[in-house]
Design a protein around this ligand. Structure first.
Ligand code: ZN
Length: 92
């Protein structure tokens, strides 16, 4: 399952590089509900991979970043694929 970690990122607004302040995260598939063909025998299984999103804040300038994390059970958290989706720089 998804293991939260603090990736080192570079703030595109102020150039700060390091771990960002963690605000909130969302993991879209951790469990999947499985049904039999006739619609009963419902149970949840753990997904071995998925996508998570995190809201982070730059400790230097306060910019909020939205990142996407592609994770897999077989990977170390350091190997997750991290993509910055939304940097929003305050007026400078
Ligand atoms: Zn910054």
């Amino acid at each position: 399952m998804y293991t939260r970690h603090s990736p080192v990122l570079t703030c595109s607004c102020c150039g700060y590089r390091g771990a960002m302040k963690f605000l909130v995260n969302y993991c879209e598939r951790d469990l999947e509900t499985v049904k039999s063909p006739c619609g009963y025998l419902v149970h949840d299984i753990l997904q071995p991979w998925g996508v998570a999103y995190e809201l982070l804040q730059c400790p230097s300038c306060g910019t909020v970043l939205l990142i996407k994390i592609e994770w897999h059970d077989a990977w170390e958290p350091e190997d997750y694929i991290v993509t910055v989706l939304y940097p929003n720089c305050p007026d400078s």
